[in-house]
Design a protein around this ligand. Structure first.
Ligand code: ATP
Ligand code: MG
Length: 295
């Protein structure tokens, strides 16, 4: 397993300690080098990403957020997919609107998680046709104009690709790290590879990779590797990325997403829930290792 925080990749930062002027480290991704960045009351900021669409980023982001909240952590979730927000549906909050207090948005809160999504602000069926600068400014508003308060974890559910939204987030906040979600299939790997290299370029550590839709368990207990076998795990090993776990295909996960009742809550004791919880535990472990390495 590779180290999660390779000092050598942070060529623009020569910082070794904590008592420094943050302004001289504006291009460095280290958490401790970004004292001038927003969200100072948030201990850990995690991006859930993948180059490829439809692999389960939002599903994992939702269930990770709930797993963390169930441990007693204070958790927020930003739906950064401005073009196709999923969080309002996945939390059963399609018609909900946030309050505004002194020009700031108050995040909605459900299942112990604070939430913000473009879907709470505009009709979810309206196509967002913004160009780069508008997209960046909307993301910055989600970061700076929302009353997040003290949080242990703030999770960004990213859209697919490696575009303006990903880059804006990486440059605006001090990301603790990114979790890559992928299916095991070969066609996903090229996109995953692009996502990994993008995060490395902008000095965001990769916390690890979660393989989603790893297999489908048939009634007789055998496993059908519908999207290929162990593709994500093999990619992680060959690319020096920690492997955080596998989540099987489960009809109830899809149903939970569509019904607004996240799977972790409706099936807390299932094998699949345990697999998700295990991946969440690994995320927390990697975050702790990263922070220890930064001390
Ligand atoms: N492990 C799983 N088992 C069954 N269905 C799943 C699983 N993971 C995700 N799904 C379903 O697959 C579809 C895509 O998942 P999701 O929306 O989370 O992907 P995404 O990567 O966020 O997509 P996008 O790139 O469009 O944002 C959804 O219908 C979701 O309910
Ligand atoms: Mg999504």
């Amino acid at each position: 397993m590779s180290t999660v925080h390779d000092e050598s990749t942070h060529s623009s930062c020569s910082h070794q300690g904590n008592n420094h002027s943050s302004s001289s480290h504006s291009s460095c991704g280290h958490q401790h080098c970004n004292n001038n960045r927003p969200l100072q009351q948030v201990k850990n900021i995690i991006a859930i990403a993948s180059g490829k669409g439809g692999v389960g980023k939002s599903t994992f982001a939702v269930n990770l957020a709930i797993s963390l909240a169930q441990t007693g952590a204070k958790v927020g979730l930003i739906d950064a997919d401005l073009y196709g927000p999923s969080i309002p549906t996945m939390f059963g909050l399609v018609d909900a609107k946030p309050d505004v207090v002194e020009k700031n948005l108050v995040p909605l809160e459900k299942y112990g998680v604070k939430l913000m999504s473009i879907g709470f602000l505009i009709d979810i069926d309206t196509a967002v046709i913004w160009r780069g600068p508008m997209v960046s400014s909307a993301i910055k508003q989600f970061i700076s104009d929302v009353e997040w308060g003290d949080l242990d974890y703030l999770i960004f559910d990213l859209p697919p690709g490696t575009g303006d939204i990903q880059i804006t987030i990486a440059h605006t906040v001090s990301l603790t790290g990114a979790v890559i979600v992928t299916t095991p299939q070969d066609v996903a790997m090229a996109d995953v590879s692009k996502a990994v290299s993008m995060f490395r370029k902008v000095n965001v550590p990769i916390l690890g990779l979660v393989e989603n839709m790893s297999y489908y368990e048939l009634p007789d207990g055998t496993k059908d590797y519908i999207f290929g076998r162990h593709g994500g795990e093999i990619f992680a090993k060959t690319n020096g990325v920690p492997f955080l776990g596998s989540v099987p295909i489960d009809r109830a996960i899809r149903e939970g997403g569509d019904n607004g009742e996240p799977y972790m809550l409706s099936h807390p004791e299932s094998a699949t829930s345990k697999a998700i919880r295990q991946s969440a535990t690994e995320v927390v472990r990697m975050v702790s290792m990263m922070r220890a390495a930064q001390q």
